[in-house]
Design a protein around this ligand. Structure first.
Ligand SMILES: Cc1cc2nc3c(=O)[nH]c(=O)nc-3n(C[C@H](O)[C@H](O)[C@H](O)COP(=O)(O)OP(=O)(O)OC[C@H]3O[C@@H](n4cnc5c(N)ncnc54)[C@H](O)[C@@H]3O)c2cc1C
Length: 310
C-alpha cells in the first residue's frame, strides 16, 4: 500500500525566484520553496517532500551556487532563518544552527576569547554550507575546528543523528556531504579557549580587511569559481592569459581577482556558465590543465537534489 502523503506544511510557497537567495543574484524559480524557522519545521518540510515524492535540496546563503535560469524542480529549502549559537567560553565548545552566518559566528567567538574561526569572517555563507564545502581561507578551514554535526537523512526524517568530523571525509573544499542526501541541522566546534578577546577580534577584523581590499566584495559573485589545480593557483593562470575583464552577457571575469566571476548587473546563469566553460577551454588549450569548479551547479544536470523524486 502506498504511504499516506503528509499534509502540506504552512510556509511552503510555489514558484519563488531564487535570484534573491544566491550571492550571484541569478537563478530561476524554485517550484516549491520554504525557509524553515526551526529544526522542527525543517524536519516537517523534509517529511512532506518525501511523502509527496518531490525532489528536494537544502541551500544556505547561496554563496557557492550557480542555479540554472530554468529553476529547480521540487522543494528548495533555504536555511538562512535557522540561526543561533551558544558557546562555553571556558571549555571552547560552540554549537551553531545550520543557518547561522559563519562571519557572525566568527565575530561572536572572537568576543568570547575563543581562537579558531578568525579565517571565517570573510566567507559569506552559513555554518551548514561551510561544513558541506569544508570552507576555508587564510590558512584555516572548517575541518580544522569542527567536532561533529547533527544531520538528517530525509528518508528517516524523525531520526536525526550525529556524525563525528572524522566521519565526514574532509579534504580541500570537500566533504562526503556533497555526495550524500543528508541535511545539516547544526554543527559543534571545539575551539581554543582562554585567549584575549581584543586580540582575536583584531585578528578577525584584519582578515576581513585584507580580503575586501583584494577581492570584489562590492559586486555579486560566488567567491572563487575554480578549485586551485595545486600547486598552481587558478587565479594566476587565468590572469596570465589576459582573461581579466572577459565578458559574456552580464558575466565578467573580475578585473580585481581573476578567479572571481562577477555579475555586472544583468547576468543570467547561462552567461556565467558559458564564461566558466570559456575559461576552462582557454586554460586547457594553453596549459593542458583541467580547471574544476568549486561552485556547485544546480538545475543543470539533474543530479543535484538531496532526494530524487520518482
Ligand atoms: C565574496 C565571496 C567570498 C568567498 N570566499 C570564500 C573563501 O574564502 N573560502 C571558501 O571556502 N569559500 C568562499 N566562498 C564560497 C562560499 O561562501 C562557501 O563555499 C560557503 O561555505 C557556502 O555556504 P552557503 O551557506 O552559502 O552554502 P550554499 O552555497 O547555499 O550551498 C553550498 C552547498 O552546500 C549545500 N548545503 C548548504 N547548506 C546545507 C545544509 N544545511 N545541509 C545540507 N546541505 C547544505 C548546498 O546544497 C550546496 O550543495 C566565497 C563566496 C563569496 C560570495
Amino acid at each position: 500500500m502506498a504511504a499516506q502523503a503528509t499534509a502540506q506544511p504552512s510556509g511552503v510557497r510555489q514558484s519563488v525566484s531564487l535570484q534573491a537567495f544566491t550571492t550571484w543574484k541569478v537563478g530561476g524559480p524554485a517550484e516549491w520553496f520554504a525557509e524553515p524557522g526551526s529544526q522542527g519545521e525543517l524536519i516537517q518540510l523534509a517529511a512532506w517532500a518525501v511523502s509527496a515524492g518531490l525532489p528536494f535540496r537544502c541551500i544556505g546563503a547561496g554563496s557557492n551556487l550557480l542555479i540554472a535560469d530554468g529553476g529547480l524542480a521540487g522543494l528548495t529549502l533555504c536555511n538562512r532563518r535557522l540561526q543561533g549559537s551558544h558557546s562555553d567560553p571556558h571549555e571552547g565548545w560552540v554549537e551553531a544552527e545550520a543557518g547561522e552566518p559563519i562571519p557572525t559566528l566568527a565575530r561572536k567567538v572572537a568576543r568570547a576569547g575563543l581562537h579558531g574561526l578568525e579565517w571565517a569572517v570573510g566567507i559569506p555563507g552559513t555554518v551548514g554550507g561551510a561544513v558541506v564545502m569544508n570552507a576555508g581561507a587564510q590558512g584555516g578551514c572548517t575541518a580544522d575546528w569542527l567536532h561533529s554535526v547533527r544531520v538528517l537523512d530525509p528518508s528517516r526524517p524523525d531520526q536525526p543523528f550525529t556524525l563525528e568530523a572524522r566521519e565526514l571525509d574532509f579534504a580541500y573544499r570537500h566533504s562526503r556531504l556533497q555526495a550524500e542526501p543528508l541535511l545539516v541541522l547544526s554543527a559543534r566546534f571545539r575551539l581554543a579557549a582562554g585567549h584575549d578577546p581584543a586580540e582575536i577580534t583584531a585578528r578577525t577584523s584584519a582578515n576581513l580587511q585584507s580580503r575586501t581590499s583584494t577581492q570584489p566584495y562590492q559586486q555579486p559573485s560566488c567567491g572563487s569559481v575554480f578549485r586551485n589545480p595545486e600547486p598552481r593557483k587558478a587565479g594566476q593562470l587565468i590572469e596570465a592569459l589576459g582573461l581579466k575583464g572577459l565578458s559574456v552577457g552580464g558575466a565578467q571575469v573580475s578585473t580585481l581577482h581573476a578567479n572571481f566571476i562577477v555579475n555586472t548587473g544583468n547576468a543570467r546563469a547561462r552567461d556565467i556558465d558559458t564564461l566558466i566553460r570559456l575559461v576552462q577551454e582557454r586554460i586547457r588549450d594553453e596549459h593542458g590543465i583541467e580547471l574544476h569548479t568549486e561552485v556547485k551547479r544546480l538545475g543543470f544536470e539533474g543530479v543535484d537534489t538531496q532526494r530524487p523524486g520518482p
